[in-house]
Ligand binder design. Structure first.
Ligand code: ABU
Length: 378
């Protein structure tokens, strides 16, 4: 019999066997740069802090991350952690300089498992240029342990000034509304740019959101890379999200045939067809328990972190402790719901799905969309 696969994950819900959970050690505040304008919540005129986060904030986040680790281990999941990295170091390349880096709390943004392949994303922000580094020892360990493991690093963009559209940040709301169908954000279209968290995996089919962190060249690169490997790559758009970044607070598959959707961010008309034609149900998440105004002071994500859940299997899901309305919905939908407190992690860019990178789930590549018209690139 073949040895078990070391890296194997085809979707977001198969039974989880091994996962990487982020860590807040050495985290810094995200710097202002062409691809990011962090702002203090409810106080846009107060300067956003710079440099290392205070030890208490790091401790609080690490405590919650440790709670997630304990829950996963109690469910028989092997958990790995990133290596230490000094995020306070500035980065200077021939094309840009940035005063500090960010953190390794959200491996989901950087790393993705597509079957037996690990892909490191290009990333879209300067402070995250070297964010693959805390995961390299793990990647080498997986790659050395199993010759079937493929490892791909996507082309690094320059992140030079002309990769960005700076005026994006100044557009008034009316202009954003007028432009909502052009899907032009703070990155231009010339270089290949994507964050891994703009992808969502459904076996043979992979959705990629066009966003502030993933452009059309990035989606083309993913199509060209993944189609010859038997995947179908579907660009998706959420025109009412004026600051889209990462799909996992917007469109969250929970098991075959069921996606949790964001009621304030419907799919572009026509893009829901592949789901409806194949008998999938799209169920709206309830309103989060916090409004955008009530989210933590330095958190740059939306209230929809509420729906950033992590599946342990097609019947078990982990949800943030305070999100009772979502927990009730998941319970009604037949899930066993586990909860952990995670609000102190929010200011590091994500919740339970963002703060993890699943390396192995028990399962194979399935076609969940047998009735599909798909246009390959080549
Ligand atoms: N990193 C996920 C953030 C998505 C959102 O703010 O809705």
């Amino acid at each position: 019999m073949d040895k078990p696969l070391v890296v194997n994950s085809w979707n977001e819900w198969d039974p989880l066997e091994e996962i990487v959970v982020g860590i807040a050690d050495n985290a810094c505040y995200e710097p202002t740069e062409p691809g990011n304008r962090p702002a203090v919540r409810n106080h846009p005129d107060v300067p956003f802090p710079t440099g290392p986060k205070p030890p208490e904030a790091i401790e609080r986040a690490n405590e919650e991350l440790a709670g997630l680790v304990a829950l996963l281990e109690s469910q028989g999941v092997t958990v790995r952690r990133p290596d230490p990295h000094d995020f306070s170091q500035p980065v200077r390349t021939p094309d840009f300089a940035v005063e500090n880096q960010y953190c390794s709390v959200c491996p989901r943004d950087v790393m993705i498992t597509l079957g037996n392949e690990i892909v490191e994303a290009t990333m879209s922000r300067r402070a995250r240029y070297f964010e693959y580094r805390p995961y390299r020892r793990l990647v080498y360990a997986y790659w050395n342990a199993d010759p079937r493991v493929e490892w791909t690093t996507a082309p690094k963009p320059t992140m030079a000034d002309d990769m960005y559209r700076q005026e994006f940040w100044e557009w008034p709301l009316e202009e954003r509304h007028a432009r909502m169908h052009s899907f032009e954000f703070c990155i231009t279209q010339d270089e290949v740019v994507f964050d891994a968290a703009d992808m969502s995996r459904f076996g043979r089919d992979v959705l990629v959101q066009e966003s502030m962190t993933t452009n059309r060249a990035g989606i083309r690169w993913l199509k060209r890379h993944l189609e010859p490997r038997g995947f179908r790559v579907h660009p998706v758009h959420f025109p009412l999200d004026f600051f889209p970044s990462h799909i996992d607070c917007t469109f969250v598959p929970l098991r075959p045939g069921l996606v949790l959707t964001n009621p304030e961010r419907p799919l572009r008309e026509g893009e829901e067809r592949m789901f409806l034609d194949n008998g999938w149900e799209l169920v709206d998440a309830p309103q989060p328990t916090s409004t955008n105004e009530e989210m933590p002071r330095y958190c740059q994500s939306s209230k929809w972190l509420s729906m950033n859940v992590l599946s342990i299997s097609p019947t078990k899901v982990i949800c943030e402790e305070r999100e009772k309305p979502l927990q009730e919905l998941l319970d009604k939908l037949g899930f066993e719901v586990f909860t952990v407190p995670f609000r102190n992690v929010f200011e590091y860019g994500g919740s339970l799905h963002c703060a993890t990178w699943d390396v192995r789930r028990r399962g194979t590549r399935e076609d969940y969309f047998p009735h599909l018209s798909y246009e390959p690139l080549v």
